[in-house]
Design a protein around this ligand. Sequence first.
Ligand SMILES: *[C@@H]1O[C@H](CO)[C@@H](O)[C@H](O)[C@H]1NC(C)=O
Length: 179
Amino acid sequence: MKNSLVSAIVFFYLLIVSVRSDVLSDSCRKAAKGNPIIKFDFCVSFLKENPKAKSATGVADLVEVVIETAISNAKSIGSIISKILSNNSLGQYVRSCLEDCSELYTDAGSDLSRGEQAFEGKDYGMANTVVSAAMEAAVTCEDQFKEKKGVVSPLTKENKVFFQLTAISLAFINMVQKL
Ligand SMILES: *[C@@H]1O[C@H](CO)[C@@H](O)[C@H](O)[C@H]1NC(C)=O
């Protein structure tokens, strides 16, 4: 009798600990299940780099983690673009695409900040709208390069990463909304 009580307590303790420590994987798994674009491994490995991900007690904490990750990602894409633009032998078409992309990512950064604020204010509809707008930056940027034959996007990898991050943000916001 006593023994089974102890093992029940131990069992529930372990259950609680494992549930808490697995908020990130659980949320990423759910996000990947709900949207085939989202890759589980990418979600976990990218987000666990933020120390706040470890102390997350629910998906709501992860929304902030992923939006902040996306904001700093948008900034680093901006720096990558400036670096590419410093090449003087770049063709005019590629140069103007890159300048557009730079603007798109600056706007995406402010959209994401607005999204974070809206989320904090529990205005999930607005959060969804502005994060979706930020997501479009990746698509618009990548598509421009396809419009001219022989031009290859130098930002394919960056656009893909940013797209994933915003898709994960939307998935997490959705999960909070359904709680
Ligand atoms: C500069 O751009 C040209 C033309 O796209 C390319 O061939 C060259 O590799 C670039 N140079 C550097 C240092 O990236």
